[in-house]
Design a protein around this ligand. Structure first.
Ligand SMILES: NC(=O)c1ccc[n+]([C@@H]2O[C@H](COP(=O)([O-])OP(=O)(O)OC[C@H]3O[C@@H](n4cnc5c(N)ncnc54)[C@H](O)[C@@H]3O)[C@@H](O)[C@H]2O)c1
Length: 347
């Protein structure tokens, strides 16, 4: 089978990552890269053509372009690439707005090219373990899912501090965390309530807490802060038959169960540092026991494996445009809720 010839538009942090990924597949060949900043082009792999603009790169004999320029340029580059007849993988956030995304979808459909967004965090190990807990019903009927990401240093760099560049954490990790939850819970959303703050950044969000009420009665809480001064990648799934917990990116965690499941335990007064309590004292020895989380096989390569298979007509793209549009609509609801201090009806 002929190799898929790939070009990369925007050879910064993600552009370099994509180059490594493309070159690790026998099915793909990295043909050309472009960047407007010559400093980014000093370490282009041997044999790969170099351009200082997208128009020239798009004249190359390539089948697929990967768009990894800053967010406000995604639409322009997608439209150009589609009109040049190239299939497209575009970085997240897909677009700055739903209207922009609709235009991108329209043009790519008219030009009959593949168009998908790089939501590779659907294959994160920590997420996949928790999704397996959910899918396999390992903690019974789920009532709450928490997804938390805390950073220590405010971590806004380069163009991420400018709103007009699509800066802020909602457009950054926010879209990944939202996508993960939407892919986990197979239900329409009733309401979205959100708190969005700029804690140490003047113009862009660096903290958000989003409460999602799904119509199937599950609540999800998605919380991110870049300035917690204690790092964490946390997951919690609470069900009526157990709790599943992860505390960091390694995906290490556990399922905790109780031997007196759904039984009313007689009130017994225990003394705690906060005074006597009947409900919140330490559990009796042996009451709680732990089980391992399910193991899963996944890596960010899986995103590209799916893309390659879809390119050859062997399977459907897994990251679909209606799913991506839902994320962008979700972001609108988050912003509206934060502005109005109201829960927003969603679907
Ligand atoms: N999927 C992920 O996990 C992930 C992670 C990081 C970033 N991203 C996304 O990738 C995109 C790029 O982010 P980054 O962190 O690599 O940024 P970056 O600043 O490191 O790289 C962007 C590159 O685009 C170049 N560029 C700007 N305008 C250009 C133009 N008109 N033509 C060609 N090149 C141009 C810049 O010079 C820069 O080298 C963003 O949309 C970001 O949200 C995704």
């Amino acid at each position: 089978m002929e190799k898929i010839k790939v070009g990369i538009i925007g050879f910064g942090f993600m552009g370099h990552n994509h180059a490594d990924m493309v070159q690790s597949f026998d099915e793909m060949e990295l043909v050309a890269v472009c960047d407007t900043n010559p400093e980014q082009l000093t370490d282009v792999p041997a044999g790969v053509k170099i351009y200082d603009n997208a128009d020239d790169l798009l004249k190359e004999d390539i089948n697929v372009v990967i768009i990894s320029v800053p967010n406000p340029l995604h639409k322009e580059m997608t439209v150009k690439a589609a009109r040049a007849g190239k299939h497209i993988i575009c970085e997240k956030p897909a677009a700055m707005s739903v209207a922009e995304f609709d235009e991108m979808v329209k043009v790519t459909q008219e030009c009959n090219v593949m168009f998908t967004i790089h939501h590779q965090r659907r294959w994160d190990y920590d997420y996949r373990r928790m999704k397996a807990v959910f899918d396999q019903n390992l903690v019974g009927d789920v009532y709450i899912i928490k997804s938390q990401l805390y950073g220590v240093n405010g971590n806004m760099h380069d163009w991420h501090i400018y709103p007009e560049m699509g800066g802020g954490m909602l457009y950054d990790w926010g879209v990944h965390l939202i996508d993960q939850i939407l892919q986990m819970v197979p239900s329409e959303i009733d309401t979205i309530f959100a708190d969005v703050k700029n804690v140490i950044n003047e113009k862009v969000d660096d903290y958000f807490n989003i409460i999602v009420r799904f119509k199937n009665n599950i609540t999800a809480e998605i919380e991110l802060g870049t300035y917690y001064l204690t790092p964490k990648r946390g997951w919690f799934i609470g069900g009526n038959k157990g709790s599943a917990i992860i505390d960091d990116f390694s995906g290490a965690g556990k399922i905790v169960r109780t031997k007196h499941l759904l039984e009313n335990v007689p009130g017994k007064i225990t003394m705690t540092a906060a005074g006597p309590t009947r409900s919140f004292g330490p559990p009796e020895p042996g009451l709680l026991y732990e089980e391992p989380l399910p193991d899963v096989e996944c890596s960010h390569r899986d995103y590209f494996v799916n893309f390659i298979n879809a390119y050859y007509g062997k399977e459907e793209l897994m990251v679909k445009n209606d799913q991506v549009r839902r994320i962008l609509r979700f972001l609108d609801a988050v912003r509206e809720s934060a502005r109005t201090n109201k829960a927003i009806k969603f679907e």
